[in-house]
Design a protein around this ligand. Structure first.
Ligand code: BES
Ligand code: ZN
Length: 894
């Protein structure tokens, strides 16, 4: 028998609830008052007392629990009297509620009853209020967002993912509204203005997946083959915008049912667009909630990139219905099992639904964001310790999502798609309605594939960071040497089991091997089955020959590592790029690794620019889109390091981007590809940003036509941002008209997509006064709290203004976005723009008295980035011949 607890004190400061009583079933009734934004509830929780205790400890936060109402009744046949706790303690810091009884509770089943009341908050978590307009009148809607640990703000519960139970929910709501929850309605009883809606009892599930939405909606509906109804709910009058997501949902469900060989586990699936929403979407079991921009698609008014992101988001959340909802991580340490997998699967499904999008090429964007974050000393392992509920939000980051998805991708390529799928299906079956840890997954994969998966993968999930593999060639011998890559230029001491892939001179000649030690060697002749002298693989080979002897590691970029080639191999790859022998993905990989080495001061900017100049005739979306992203960073770097070269570097990029941009023009062509549509807007925006006159003039011309008459053909959603950026470039406090026009469009439109687009352009203006005005606008009632973060991409000229504004408004910012990733996004956006050690110190100083566990890690990562920037700037400043190189390369480009 477990040791008995003596006092309430013993429950304080623990990361997890004690396990002596476990929930089995919640019977929950909530009555809502949407006018006063309050609710009152009653919950009866069937529990299992599994070890001797006189305490029941569960979670609750921001609720008023009616102490008089609490009772416990054992269901054991001889002990059925109702008991009242003699002691009730609410421990706010730990968000727990402790009921102390005079006597030990009988082991076995019992029921705990609690009544409580609460307020619908405005913080987009727990049980909250969202607002919308109906017939010109502002209305409230009630929405839940419980992940990671906010179900406790709606009803007292054992709020941990492993403590699964069934839920029987009933809601008392105004009769004219639609009430939704995880399960279908079984009974609806109206009593005048109020109705009671009862939902079917759910299968066992985690508390963070419970959901309630109450408001006015329209919907579109489609059936799955086995009669399960799928619906998309939107604001009244906009259900047309839900059709695309509905179609994606139905197809994705069919695909997942096959992929996992397990049916969709619930009788219905609803997806709802919520006007105020903190994340992008949330996979609540059977009732998935979304930001409007992540669910709604309008043929005429939405961009291709929104269309794609709706597909990615829907397929992501639906993958969770199996991966996460049916099989749930044991604890938040294994959050990556949820998010890494859903992210990876969203590409798998989207690729199957829209093969013409080549969506896997964009998966490299995921890998890149994982690699960038994980190159910080302040990164964390995929399997991360979580000691308090307030630390959980912060790990919904690029490590859990992007690195998680990338190591899955790496493993899948190593094991092969079919063996991988079989193992996943087995894993889902084995752990359905239960919980699993990372190791459980490795065990199944090992069983199915016969490969030592656990050993290899633990090196990727249990330690932070990743290797750079340094490759040298000496005659026929390739030497591979791994060491941990860090952006601050130091070498970490991590070591990995790296599934290396390489190809020689052609994609037909490929090799796979595991690099298990720090250094390893390969004999190329042996590998190719050749004898010396035959294949011209010697160092002395002529340049032309060498071009055919290129060696590319990390083929198709499926590995989570970087490659640093010696000069000889790098030169051969450059020829290969010139000779158009590499795939877009591999051209992308070479560029991204080069860029990362440059940031870490392992390679000069001159040599990166020389690599970039090999991409003069580039047309591939993934490569160009990456060049655009990198170009913004380099232009900023040069402005800080050698401002006298600012115009030259812009010219360099204008030269590079003009060719593909002119090929695409401004106007869409019939039948052109999805990727070209997206690329056009990205290129034009960059050219406008770098001051390319022709682009700016055309943008202004189109903008004015668009203003007078919102003809979308002259400025379709895909190029609109470029035009907005272009017109904002010349806006100043004395010349505000374009700015005011944008605000007018913002105010007139009811599309979230358009509002967000405008917010993301306002602060791109170089005028600090306009920036300040725009930043203040973000805090006004005209911008929903969910959207303010879109407006923080402030132009270089506005960095100081933004920092001052941030400090002055910190109290308000912290109050409005008190926890979670939105607050973290503020910190990242404002802090990482800087690039001097002094600024890092200043920021640190500001936060000495203000830091909180909820964003401590993010703050440290941001500070580290500032110091990395500073080092990079210093290093670049010392590059003597940079100016000449730039001019020479720019000249050659045209
Ligand atoms: N489970 C998350 C939502 C979430 C995020 C809840 C953070 C609590 C904290 C959901 O499945 C998700 O990952 N949403 C993504 C969208 C997706 C397409 C990457 C999001 O919100 O960005
Ligand atoms: Zn997710």
């Amino acid at each position: 028998m477990a040791e008995q607890q003596q006092s309430v004190e013993e429950f304080k400061g623990r990361p997890r609830l004690p396990r002596f009583a476990l929930p089995r079933r919640y019977d929950l009734t909530i009555a809502l008052d949407l006018v006063r934004s309050t609710f009152s509830g009653a919950v009866e929780i069937a529990i299992n007392v599994v070890s001797s205790t006189r305490f029941l400890v569960l979670n609750a936060a921001d609720l008023s629990v009616d102490h008089q109402s609490v009772w416990f009744r054992s269901q054991e046949s001889d002990r059925q009297e109702t008991k009242r706790p003699s002691e009730i303690v609410e421990i706010d810091a730990d968000e727990i509620l402790v009921f102390g009884f005079d006597d030990l509770l009988p082991i076995g089943e019992g029921v705990l009853g609690i009544r409580f009341t609460g307020t619908l908050n405005d913080q987009m978590k727990g049980f909250y209020r969202s607002t919308y307009e109906y017939n010109g009148e502002k209305r409230n809607m009630a929405v839940t967002q419980f992940e990671p640990a906010d179900a406790r703000r709606c009803f007292p519960c054992w709020d941990e993912p492993a403590l699964k139970a069934t839920f029987k929910i009933a809601l008392e709501v105004p009769s004219d509204l639609i009430a939704l929850s995880n399960m279908p309605v079984v009974n609806e009883k109206a009593d005048g203005p109020i109705k009671t809606v009862s939902f079917q009892e759910s299968p066992i599930m985690s508390t963070y997946l419970v959901a309630i939405v109450v408001g006015l909606f329209d919907y579109v509906e489609a059936p799955l083959p086995d009669g399960i109804k799928v619906r998309v709910y939107t604001q009244v009058g906009r259900s047309n915008q839900g059709k695309f997501a509905l179609d994606v949902a139905v197809k994705a469900l069919e695909l997942y049912i096959k992929y996992f060989s397990v049916p969709y586990p619930l009788p219905k699936l609803d997806m709802v667009a919520i006007p105020d929403f903190a994340a992008g979407a949330m996979e609540n079991y059977g009732l998935v909630t979304y930001r409007e921009i992540a669910l709604l698609y309008d043929e005429l008014h939405s961009s291709a990139s929104v269309k794609q992101s709706v597909a990615i988001t829907v397929t992501h959340e639906l993958a969770h219905q199996w991966f996460g909802n049916l099989v749930t991580m044991e604890w938040w340490t294994d959050l990556w099992l949820n998010e890494g997998f859903a992210t990876w699967m969203s590409y798998l499904a989207t690729d199957s639904l829209f093969p013409e999008w080549s969506i896997w090429t964009q998966f490299h964007g995921q890998t890149t964001s994982g690699l960038r974050l994980d190159a910080l000393a302040e990164s964390h392992p995929i399997e991360v310790d979580v000691n308090h509920a307030n630390e959980i939000n912060e790990i919904f980051d690029s490590i859990s999502y992007s690195k998680g998805a990338s190591v899955i991708q790496m493993l899948q390529s190593y094991l092969g798609a079919s063996s991988f799928q079989k193992a996943l299906a087995l894993y889902i079956k084995r752990y359905a309605y239960s919980n699993a840890k990372t190791e459980d997954l490795w065990a199944v994969l090992e069983e199915e594939s016969g490969e030592p998966v656990k050993n290899m993968m633990s090196s990727w999930t249990k330690q932070k960071g990743y290797p750079a593999v340094y490759v040298k060639i000496k005659r026929h011998e390739l030497e591979m040497n791994q060491s941990q890559f860090l952006s601050d230029g130091t070498l970490g001491d991590g070591q990995w089991i790296v599934p290396l892939t390489l190809c020689f001179g052609s994609y037909d000649v490929q090799k796979k091997l595991l690099l298990k030690t720090k250094v390893d060697k390969l004999d190329i002749m042996e590998l190719l089955g050749l004898q010396e002298g035959k294949a011209g693989l010697s160092e002395e080979s002529s340049q032309e020959n060498a071009a055919h002897n290129w060696i590319k590691f990390n083929v198709n970029q499926t590995g989570f590592y970087r490659v640093h080639y010696d000069n000889e191999l790098a030169a051969r790859l450059k020829f290969a790029i010139d000779a158009n022998q590499l795939t877009g993905t591999d051209r992308f990989g070479i560029l991204e690794d080069s860029f990362a080495l440059c940031v870490a001061c392992k390679q000069t900017l001159s040599s990166l620019l020389s690599v970039l100049s090999a991409y003069r005739e580039e047309t591939d979306h993934i490569v160009l889109s990456h060049i655009v992203k990198v170009s913004y960073k380099i232009v900023n770097l040069v402005a800080d390091a050698t401002p006298e070269l600012s115009d030259d570097i812009k010219l360099f990029f204008i030269n590079l981007l003009q060719f593909p941009s002119e090929k695409l023009g401004w106007d869409a062509r019939k039948g052109e590809s999805h990727l070209d549509i997206m690329l056009r807007g990205e290129l034009l925006a960059a050219l406008a940003q770098f001051g390319h006159e022709k682009t700016i003039n055309e943008a202004i011309r189109r903008f004015h036509i668009f203003l007078n008459d919102r003809i979308t053909s002259v400025l379709p959603p895909d190029t609109r941002k470029a035009a907005y950026v272009a017109v904002m470039k010349s806006v100043s406090i004395s010349n505000k008209s374009a700015y005011e026009s944008l605000l007018e469009i913002y105010r007139q439109t009811d599309e979230s997509e358009e509002k967000v687009r405008i917010l993301s352009c306002l602060t791109s203006c170089p005028d600090p006064d306009i920036i300040l005005e725009s930043l203040n606008f973000l805090l006004s009632s005209e911008v929903r709290n969910q959207d303010a973060v879109y407006g923080l991409g402030v132009s270089r000229e506005g960095h100081e203004t933004a920092w001052r504004w941030f400090k002055e408004n910190w109290d308000l910012i912290e109050k409005t976005w008190p926890s979670g990733f939105l607050l973290s996004s503020f910190i990242v956006a404002i802090v990482t723009q800087f690039g001097t050690a002094e600024k890092a110190a200043e920021v640190e100083e500001f936060f000495v008295s203000r830091s909180k566990p909820a964003f401590a890690r993010t703050l440290n990562q941001s500070l580290e980035r500032v110091r990395i920037n500073a080092r990079w700037i210093e290093y670049t400043r010392k590059e003597a011949s940079l100016g000449e190189v730039m001019k020479e390369l720019a000249g050659r480009g045209t």
